[in-house]
Write a protein that binds this ligand. Structure first.
Ligand SMILES: [Zn+2]
Ligand SMILES: [Zn+2]
Ligand SMILES: [Zn+2]
Ligand SMILES: [Zn+2]
Ligand SMILES: [Zn+2]
Ligand SMILES: [Zn+2]
Length: 162
């Protein structure tokens, strides 16, 4: 019975009394994460910490080419199907004949309704040319993978024992 207690006492000594601090971690069992410099987070690369990136749809321009007129600012006149003429009743001669289309003044094209002739419309996919960065959910920073956001890593030299 007494030997058993002695054995436990020796175990106790060896685990505490003869213990030397690990040089690498100074006995802490953990070391500073050099990857994130202990911040636990890193600047998000795709958005450079801004939390938002240029809209891929309009390339940050806020405007995109009008899909209605393909950027021309004009669309084919629906009245004359682009011919500029319309078969209509001529009161002067009292008969039907091809007359200049009054919708497009004979141009065959009318100003695009969608973009008011600009050829561009405001991009609906973004906020002033920017969208939230998916990588960081708009935070601008991401969790450090090295230390999983802890800022410290388990000391490998002592396996965290100190
Ligand atoms: Zn250590
Ligand atoms: Zn880290
Ligand atoms: Zn956009
Ligand atoms: Zn248009
Ligand atoms: Zn017309
Ligand atoms: Zn980001």
């Amino acid at each position: 019975m007494r030997y058993k207690y002695l054995f436990i006492f020796v175990l106790f000594l060896s685990s505490v009394g003869c213990h030397f601090n690990c040089d690498s971690c100074d006995g802490e069992g953990e070391i500073e994460c050099s990857y994130c410099e202990q911040e636990g987070t890193l600047e998000c690369e795709p958005c450079e910490g801004e939390g938002e990136i240029n809209c891929p749809e309009c390339d940050g321009e806020e405007e995109i080419e009008c899909s209605e007129c393909d950027g021309d600012g004009e669309t084919r006149c629906r009245e004359c199907y682009g011919s500029g003429e319309k078969n209509d009743y001529d009161y002067d001669t009292g008969s039907y004949r091809d007359m200049e289309c009054d919708e497009c003044d004979g141009d065959g094209e009318i100003e695009c309704d969608e973009c008011d002739g600009d050829g561009e419309t405001t991009c609906r996919d973004c906020n002033y040319g920017k969208i939230e960065c998916q990588d960081c959910s708009g935070e601008g920073r991401i969790e450090c993978e090295d230390c999983e956001g802890e800022g410290t890593n388990v000391c490998e030299d002592c396996n965290g024992e100190g």
